[in-house]
Design a protein around this ligand. Structure first.
Ligand code: CTP
Length: 397
């Protein structure tokens, strides 16, 4: 199943390290080449000799144990198709999230450009620590959350390494399931920012998380990705930072010709200030002021019109798929059905922004995907990466 693939297993210093011996055997049984790198603390829980025997490769721990012309961390990063860090301690996760490279494992993670799976395991209080959670959420890797139960430290709670089968299956899925291979996917995200003067603006509460999850997922599924966003995002794929609706429109239009799919997840301001004041507006003696707003172009509708004009029915299959979002605070499905007709897009993802547990700012979402033929598929509440994966499944089958 995994022949021809090289898996780099990173082991950090937690009691679950002993379980990784079996994971290595599972990879070997599936014919993978397994490289192992340990943090120095991991060797308190499992021996180098055991790992060497099981992986049938040398086990690396020291950064300056240079065997060829390349520094060790670069050589490892180049050789592997995937890196699986299990168990991943709070310490190692936080260091990777902050770009710290103080041992071989963290240095490899920093230099690694291919998919990474992280399977955390720790005490439940460490897992719930808000600083740790913030660090974990900075990572755009595949996180296999720990399970709840009896922990080695004597506590009951969330923190046990997830099952080895789950780690194995996720590795196989990432290495072999690439339904978006060869596709160029463009995603927009974040709320546009419409200037009033040099210090003030009009915007909205969009966090850009759903668009980012779609872009990350598309990348994981093999696509070439361009993310056009109003947020500061650092990713290894192409990220174009924009500010206003007009900036976003020209960035998206530049991508139109060469894309297979455009997903408009951004919350585009419907109006902008008619005249941006070049100087900071001064307070006046009046109790009210009036700002004149003018309509922004509807980027999504323009794209759909452009597609209709540029691709006659016999060429339609080679045109980019155009996907819209529909943010509603009431009558979700009714409004969504009307919106997909009005805009003319291929799919519309409807989400209810009145709920606090999903949508804007949340890491979770629950959406209904509508297609232009009137079919609907509800995707139950899940984290945004899972929702993103399910959206691509509905779109591409
Ligand atoms: N959209 C766009 N350009 C705009 C406004 C919205 O491209 N000027 C896109 C959004 O990115 C989204 C879809 O249109 O994919 C629907 O956005 P939404 O805010 O739900 O709808 P609106 O068209 O703005 O209509 P309303 O605000 O009246 O619901």
């Amino acid at each position: 199943m995994l022949s021809g693939k090289t898996i780099l297993v990173g082991i950090t210093g937690g009691i679950a390290a002993y379980k990784i011996c079996e994971l290595i055997r599972m990879y070997k049984r599936a014919n993978a080449n397994v490289l192992v790198v340990c943090t120095p603390n991991a060797l308190n829980f499992v021996t180098k000799l055991t790992l060497q025997n099981l992986s049938q490769n040398e086990v690396a721990v020291e950064e300056f144990d240079v065997k060829d012309f390349k520094p060790e961390h670069i050589s490892y990063a180049d050789r592997a198709d995937i890196m699986v860090i299990a168990p991943a301690t709070a310490n190692t996760i936080s260091k990777i999230a902050r770009g710290i490279c103080d041992n071989l494992l963290t240095s490899i993670a920093c230099a690694f450009t291919k998919p990474v799976i992280i399977a955390p395991a720790m005490n439940c209080n460490m897992w719930e620590n808000p600083i740790f959670q913030e660090n974990l959420h900075k990572l755009h890797y595949e996180i296999l959350e720990p399970e709840s139960g009896y922990l080695a430290c004597g506590y009951e709670g969330k923190g046990r390494l997830c099952s080895l089968e789950k780690i194995f299956d996720k590795t196989v899925e990432i290495l072999t399931y690439k339904p978006l291979n060869g596709k160029k996917i463009v995603v927009t995200s974040g709320g546009t920012v419409e200037d009033i003067d040099p210090v003030r603006y009009i915007s909205n509460y969009s966090s850009g998380k759903m668009g980012l999850a779609l872009a990350d997922t598309a990348k994981n599924l093999g696509a070439e990705v361009t993310l056009i966003t109003t947020k500061d995002v650092s990713r290894r794929y192409n990220v174009i930072k924009v500010k206003s609706a007009l900036d976003m429109k020209s960035a998206v239009e530049k991508e139109f010709e060469n894309s297979d799919c455009i997903i408009m997840a951004a919350a585009v301001a419907d109006y902008r200030v008619k005249e941006i004041s070049p100087q900071k507006m001064k307070k006046t003696s009046d109790d009210e002021i009036t700002l004149t707003l003018v309509k922004n172009p509807d980027i999504l509708k323009n794209l759909c019109d452009k597609k209709k004009n540029a691709f006659p029915p016999d060429l339609l299959s080679s045109a980019p798929l155009i996907i819209g979002f529909c943010a509603e605070s009431e009558n979700l499905i009714e409004n969504a059905k009307e919106k997909i007709k009005k805009k003319g897009c291929d799919f519309l993802i409807a989400n209810d922004i009145s709920r606090k547990d999903i949508g804007f700012s949340s890491d979770y979402n629950e959406v209904t995907v509508l297609d232009k033929d009137g079919n609907m598929k509800k995707l139950e509440r899940a984290d945004k990466m899972t929702i993103a994966k399910q959206i691509f499944k509905v779109i591409y089958g």
